[in-house]
Design a protein around this ligand. Sequence first.
Ligand SMILES: *[C@@H]1O[C@H](CO)[C@@H](O)[C@H](O)[C@H]1NC(C)=O
Ligand SMILES: *[C@@H]1O[C@H](CO)[C@@H](O)[C@H](O)[C@H]1NC(C)=O
Ligand SMILES: *[C@@H]1O[C@H](CO)[C@@H](O)[C@H](O)[C@H]1NC(C)=O
Ligand SMILES: *[C@@H]1O[C@H](CO)[C@@H](O)[C@H](O)[C@H]1NC(C)=O
Length: 230
Amino acid sequence: MAAPSRPGAPGLLLCLLGGAIAAAWGSAPPAPQICSGCCAGSVRNGSAVAGFCGARAGAGLLGRCCLERAAVVGLDLGNCSLSQLCPSFREASTAIVIDLTVNQLEPPPEDAFRGFTQLQTLALPVELDCPGGSNMWDNITTQGHIRICQGQRNPCNGSGGLGWLCPEDSLCAPDGPGLPQCLCVGPYHGYKCLRQGTFPYLLFYGTLGAVTIGLSILLWVTQRRKVKAS
Ligand SMILES: *[C@@H]1O[C@H](CO)[C@@H](O)[C@H](O)[C@H]1NC(C)=O
Ligand SMILES: *[C@@H]1O[C@H](CO)[C@@H](O)[C@H](O)[C@H]1NC(C)=O
Ligand SMILES: *[C@@H]1O[C@H](CO)[C@@H](O)[C@H](O)[C@H]1NC(C)=O
Ligand SMILES: *[C@@H]1O[C@H](CO)[C@@H](O)[C@H](O)[C@H]1NC(C)=O
């Protein structure tokens, strides 16, 4: 009887390879969930997002989004019967214009807009305040049932700025409306930027290696003696 051959293995490999190539070739980057998974329909005609997207070269509408090179630059969730922001809202952190009007929205959590550093125009139901507070926007206007927050300010800047909260050896950087973050500078890292230098890998692994070798030799010597003695 011949040895069992394994015709499956090369076939499986080819199949996997083919699948990978097809996936890389055929599929565009996946559309963000937020564009269709949060609210049906498309960007509303005449909305701020529609106007913004039409004027922006290289941008196009997809569902509720205005996309530019697969990144969300505009998001219209107006008239979506939303009471809360969808979990996928974070995918819109690259947005420049967002419309959340005509919804019975509860006030969103304080850091709902964390990472939304590009956001320049935010339209809200008039009951809601601009995120970060009125100090964090250049211009806040109301028109009927709509509040418009325009021109996001740098939360690290000036008298209203929160930059002083950052510990020494760190720099304040904006991370959304009214949301500063502290970035360590220079050689400092770790908790409150208090550690200096990089982790001493060579010393650590060198010591570990030396101890291991030393123990091995010790064991070898002692065990050999036992063997000889017996
Ligand atoms: C929106 O605009 C497009 C093109 O301008 C038009 O075909 C469509 O009917 C409009 N939809 C509504 C609901 O007005
Ligand atoms: C909201 O959408 C509904 C249809 O889904 C439409 O009848 C209504 O006019 C819209 N309201 C506003 C204010 O756009
Ligand atoms: C702020 O709003 C006023 C109208 O209330 C407008 O004239 C002005 O151009 C706006 N400024 C900015 C920076 O958008
Ligand atoms: C920071 O504040 C100064 C003066 O208060 C202002 O001129 C400047 O535009 C502000 N920069 C940013 C990024 O907000």
